[in-house]
Design a protein around this ligand. Structure first.
Ligand SMILES: [Zn+2]
Length: 258
């Protein structure tokens, strides 16, 4: 057996290659697994590791914000700094390359900016962004001023800045437990799965709604749904094809074959 230089060592399931070649509109839904190989820890990891001393409700809920906004702001600045120090992985890069050649919409649950830093355009940050803080009173978007006040420790309190327009506190741009999703982002994501021929579901566990409902909307609108995930998820049953691989391994192999 010989292998040519540009032959991918990762075997891409043929039905996945075929549906990607045939599709004229592709929507990619990405979750925490997309960024895991860039070293971004998730809330799920947090329960056992990095943030085990925190109750997520204290850090990511309107009640937690009201109770201790300095703790919440400090924690989000610390998280943003971890993201700033991490790099997009080969999966992020592959999606950016695919976007240059085809109609590929990306809707993500991730609050990091790794898709963008890989050169991709994100249609919808359905759960908000670490880098788009806004005023908790008037809603005006605030500038993200880099790592200016990033604390060294996760539990270091940092007073949030004040809104230049109304004096309200600037809050993190991530969607919290108990909050509804940003309407424009959600509508864009819903439209994208309704109009797609192919929907790839990458690295999402499928337990957080309403995002986890998008593959079902895609199915009922007639799209082919492909799951890319190293493990079985709540969404596996509804996928037309399940490919047990990671984002950083599978996506470059797929895009190389198109
Ligand atoms: Zn304001």
């Amino acid at each position: 057996m010989t292998t040519s230089e540009n032959q991918s060592p990762v075997a891409v399931p043929q039905p996945v290659v075929d549906s990607a070649r045939e599709a004229s509109r592709i929507t990619v839904l990405t979750g925490a697994g997309m960024s895991a190989e860039s070293g971004i820890a998730t809330f799920r990891d947090a329960q056992s590791g990095l943030w085990k001393d925190f109750d997520p409700k204290d850090l990511a809920s309107p009640e937690g914000w009201l109770a201790d906004s300095d703790l919440v702001w400090g924690w989000y600045r610390w998280r943003a700094e971890l993201v700033r120090r991490s790099e997009p992985n080969a999966g992020h890069v592959a999606l950016a390359q695919w976007q240059a050649r085809a109609h590929v919409d990306i809707a993500t649950q991730n609050v990091d900016d790794l898709h963008e830093r890989a050169g991709a355009t994100v249609l919808a940050h359905v759960h908000g962004s670490l880098f788009e803080p806004y005023c908790s009173d008037c809603g005006t978007r605030a500038q993200f001023d880099g790592a200016a006040d990033a604390p060294a420790e996760a539990d270091q309190r940092v007073p949030p800045p004040e809104c230049p327009l109304c004096g309200g506190l600037i809050r993190p741009g991530a969607v919290w437990f108990g909050e509804s999703l940003p309407e424009a982002a959600w509508e864009a994501a819903e439209d994208a799965v309704r109009t797609a021929d192919l929907v790839l579901v990458v690295g999402t566990s499928g337990v957080v709604y309403p995002f986890a409902g998008l593959p079902a909307i895609a199915r009922s609108a007639g799209a082919t749904v492909v799951e890319i995930n190293p493990v079985e998820t709540e969404l596996s049953d509804m996928a037309d094809h399940r490919w047990r691989t990671t984002a950083a391994t599978g996506l470059p192999a797929l895009v190389a074959q198109l």
